[in-house]
Design a protein around this ligand. Sequence first.
Ligand SMILES: Cc1ncc(C[n+]2csc(CCOP(=O)(O)OP(=O)(O)O)c2C)c(N)n1
Ligand SMILES: [Mg+2]
Length: 403
Amino acid sequence: MPATSSSVGSGAAGAAIFADSDSRKYRYFEPKGQRATHYEDMTVDVQPDPERYLIQNWIISFADGKGAYVKQNTAAQSSNWHAFRAPDQEWERTHYQRQSKIETMVQSVINNARKSGAPKTFDKAWVKILQTQLGAWKHAEFGLGTSLMQAQRYGYTQMINNATLTNSSYKLRLAQDITLYLAEIGMDLPGWDDELGKKAWLEEWSKFLNSDATPLDQYRVIRDLMKTVDRDNVIMTHDSGSPREQMMPFWETTKAGSYMGWGKSTQLGYGLGINMGAKLAEPKKLCVNVMGDAAIGMTGMDIETAARNKIAILTIVFNNGVMGAERDVLKISDEKYGSMTVGGNYTKVAEGLNVAARRVEQPGDIVGAIKEAVSTTESGSPYLLEFVVKEGRDFSRYPLAGL
Ligand SMILES: Cc1ncc(C[n+]2csc(CCOP(=O)(O)OP(=O)(O)O)c2C)c(N)n1
Ligand SMILES: [Mg+2]
């Protein structure tokens, strides 16, 4: 009779003796070598597969019946994906270990160079190369990293996804390492200008940041907000969706803890709660959440909580009448059901929930409205500022589908 946990009375490993308990063979997979490597132990069969275990086929599938992971997802083909092993055998732990080793190495190279006074002997031409060429290289690495990250979505098995992702992460890390390295050595090199890249980038974006267009440009609102509030005494946050993409690159913090950036695809509307939490923790600071119209649609009634409890937050709504961030991914449902369309008048909603509010449509009114909103929060009441904005899918990042 086979042993079961009830016949044995314990589910602990080793509590029962099975027919093959003493077998020295691997039950689920054949290791490449004599023994399974740690990598194999940790990654093989992490993803159940209809060809091996899921006799009922994929438990989740797309509307057309296509399973979650199908071989056609990737142009790379194999007669046996199960046998795939990444040549570098990387998984999370080795990945973090290697990265931390690299960081330590970079840091000690810099420390040693500093100790020996190396920066003073740097050739001028070499400094130029570091500043411009090496400085440019980080962008290429970043681009490769984000593209690889995107590519893994189309991988067939998690073994492939894992291999692609760890390598993508190395690319992003290298971009970051170059940035940090240049910032670090730049401190020792007279005349070093690590603002060069940033200046060029801001110039490229100035037409949005300084836009007088109507419907308003989100970047113009962010620029004016940044100029108007006392950035030393704020806690900013953004919601999921385009507002995150718009705020993250351009909001310049002046103090640690003054920006709560969060979430890849976090629940829309979450920022409102985060912002109330921030205000409760730091009542003297101006706490601002920048959210889209779909985002406030998810949780917006909670501004009444803020009014009732005198949690004097500032909610900024970018009303573009659409779920802009979903433009690439909701094509069919938008054609069939108009699912992208959202919107309404959030100023009226706010007023109905006892929150003072103002709807802004003209660029010249932005600053005045922000000042009015801030002074209301200073008097202890929440405020909602609604900006009527363009759809706005112009993000400062490499184009990737889905947010
Ligand atoms: C509860 C929830 N539903 C769906 C999503 C997926 N999602 C991410 S962004 C987005 C649209 C955001 O629209 P909006 O808040 O209006 O911002 P916009 O991109 O239009 O500026 C959706 C539906 C999510 N993150 N959370
Ligand atoms: Mg929207």
